[in-house]
Design a protein around this ligand. Structure first.
Ligand code: SF4
Ligand code: SF4
Length: 185
């Protein structure tokens, strides 16, 4: 064997095959042995969707637009999340809160339209980091599969968390453990 750069090279055995080697029987038995030994090992896979793995506490899934304890939308359409987004996945349109809408929107300005393109999103969480209003966070669920591209454009109505007073159960479910983790104030 010539000079080697590493010690990983192996010299090839070029001696003629024995009868047993020439019928490949031994190698077949060896291969079957490996296959059978895997039958008794713990499976690395699970039967999804019947079985689901629990996510890590820092898992970043689908976005949720948050409400305060009175059910008012937190988002003030400042656009910081869109600016922070490296994938340019977020778009929004701002509107001014009208008299009588104080129970709907916490701030004087709110997002009349808010969209996230989940095909662009890389779930980095920078939008969540950038938000000064605790208005957006990444939940413990993920975007379900869809046959059309349009199905991955999540609109405001898909993103806003259920009302904490009127839809208490759905609100708690959507909230998971995330709000406590991300709460900045
Ligand atoms: S998670 Fe990252 S890529 Fe996705 S919308 Fe937020 S900032 Fe953009
Ligand atoms: S989600 Fe937060 S950062 Fe984005 S527009 Fe609303 S308030 Fe601003």
């Amino acid at each position: 064997m010539g000079k080697q750069l590493t010690n990983r090279g192996k010299e090839v055995d070029r001696s003629p095959m024995t009868f047993l080697e020439s019928i490949y029987l031994w190698n077949i038995i060896k291969g079957m042995g490996i296959t059978i030994s895997h039958l008794f090992k713990k499976k690395a896979t699970i039967n999804y969707p019947e079985q689901k793995r629990s996510f890590s506490k820092v898992f970043r899934g689908l976005h949720v637009l948050n409400r305060d304890a009175e059910g008012r939308e937190n988002c003030t359409a400042c656009g910081l999340c869109a600016v922070a987004c490296p994938a340019e996945a977020i778009t929004m349109e701002a509107a001014e809160r009208l008299p009588g809408e104080e129970h709907l929107y916490r701030e004087e300005k709110y997002a009349a339209k808010y969209e996230i393109n989940m095909l662009r999103c890389i779930f980095c969480g920078l939008c969540e980091e950038a938000c000064p209003k605790d208005a957006i966070y990444l939940s413990e669920t993920f975007a379900p599969a869809n046959y059309s591209r349009k199905g991955f454009i999540y609109k405001k109505e898909d993103l806003v968390i259920p009302h904490p007073i009127h839809e208490k159960e759905a609100y708690e479910k959507a909230r998971g453990g995330r709000v406590e983790i991300n709460k900045k104030d």
